[in-house]
Ligand binder design. Structure first.
Ligand SMILES: [Zn+2]
Length: 222
């Protein structure tokens, strides 16, 4: 009864400065104590000097359940390179409990992406490029173009393609040599088995795929 009186009294005071929305909220101490707040999960930040693709304020990543992306090699001569590049990511994310990120397209699974090995649009000073179409809240991968000349050693080709697949996942350029996402292609000769994620690549991906609020990365067929 006392509590009711107090509420009436407060209502009376409230009318001096009418703020109607105030009364939508629980006003007794008991109800107050039942409120709970959603606290963002404690997540270490992405590694230093490692860019993440963002649209607006939100990082870009592929939505849960939308992987694997099916990749069409475009030219069967490059199949061993695509296989190694996909493997780099599929094996690299195993500790995260993620399943396959990339698999080959086949008659039952149409391609999300088809690689272009001889694209006249590829700038001459670039070994590869990932093309995007972006809007206010969309990020769509349009394609990956690569320099298909066989002057580049096979391992380096794997490295270059795996780097572009990293962009497809939402990772930007790293400023640190040794990362797969380092913005320059390594000058030393690589064997196909030499290409793997660095600890920093792994941590950037772990941070990105732990994000609940994101702009989804879409494939050309989404
Ligand atoms: Zn890049």
């Amino acid at each position: 009864m006392k509590r009711l009186l107090l509420a009436l009294l407060l209502t009376g005071l409230g009318q001096a400065r009418p703020e109607p929305h105030v009364w939508k909220f629980p006003s007794t101490a008991r109800e107050h104590s039942n409120w709970f707040f959603v606290v963002p999960r404690d997540m270490p930040p992405p590694p230093d000097r490692f860019a993440i693709l963002r649209i607006g304020n939100r990082p870009c990543r592929i939505a849960p359940g939308r992987t694997p992306w099916r990749i069409n090699v475009g030219d069967t001569r490059y199949w061993p390179i695509l296989e190694r590049a996909m493997q780099t990511w599929n094996m690299g994310v195993q500790p995260l409990g993620m399943t396959y990120l990339f698999l080959p397209a086949d008659p039952e699974h149409p391609p999300d992406l088809t690689l272009k090995w001889f694209d006249p649009q590829l700038p001459r000073d670039k070994a590869a490029a990932t093309w995007w179409s972006t809007g206010l809240d969309t990020a769509r991968v349009l394609g990956i173009s690569l320099d298909g000349s066989f002057r580049v050693p096979e391992g380096n080709m794997v490295q270059i393609l795996a780097h572009e697949l990293g962009h497809v996942l939402g990772l930007g350029e790293s400023q640190q040599p040794g990362d797969l996402m380092y913005y320059r292609t390594p000058t030393q000769r690589l064997g196909p088995g030499d290409v793997r994620l660095s600890q920093r690549d792994f941590e950037a991906l772990r941070w990105l795929y732990g994000q609940e609020y994101f702009t989804p990365i879409r494939s050309p067929r989404d």
